[in-house]
Design a protein around this ligand. Structure first.
Ligand code: AMP
Length: 112
């Protein structure tokens, strides 16, 4: 079971901001911005490079949901960033696909 499956199962506490049949969104435990939320599919996809054609609708749902949460968190107009880390060089630490929603401060480009 991945760490995020344990959060989905309520075995580990989290500050949940949104849930539906397909995904759960909660605040990152080590926030890198004033708003830092993880949008996680309930069905485990380890990482985006291992997603399957059958996952396409779910992947779209995660992005759509992240945009809706950006609105409800009040950062849609000021701007925000969505990040998906994939593999070692991408900085992935939890092998359960998740979209980082970061907002509430200006973001540098390119990322370090
Ligand atoms: P990544 O490095 O892209 O795999 O992102 C994993 C994220 O999960 C990191 O930003 C961590 O701070 C976050 N994280 C780890 N454990 C928890 C937890 N128990 N609750 C919320 N976020 C967590």
């Amino acid at each position: 079971m991945t760490l995020f499956q344990k959060i989905i199962a309520r075995e580990i506490p989290a500050d949940i901001v949104f849930e539906d049949d397909l995904c759960l969104a909660f605040r990152d435990i080590s926030p890198k911005a004033p708003v830092h939320i993880l949008v996680v599919p309930k069905r485990v996809i380890p990482r985006v490079a291992e997603s399957l054609p059958a996952d396409m609708e779910l992947l779209g749902h995660l992005l759509f949901t992240a945009g809706q949460i950006a609105r409800s968190e009040g950062v849609a107009d000021s701007g925000f960033r969505l990040v998906i880390n994939n593999g070692p060089d991408g900085g992935e630490t939890v092998p359960h696909l998740h979209v980082h929603l970061l907002g509430g401060r200006p973001m540098a480009w390119p990322p370090g």
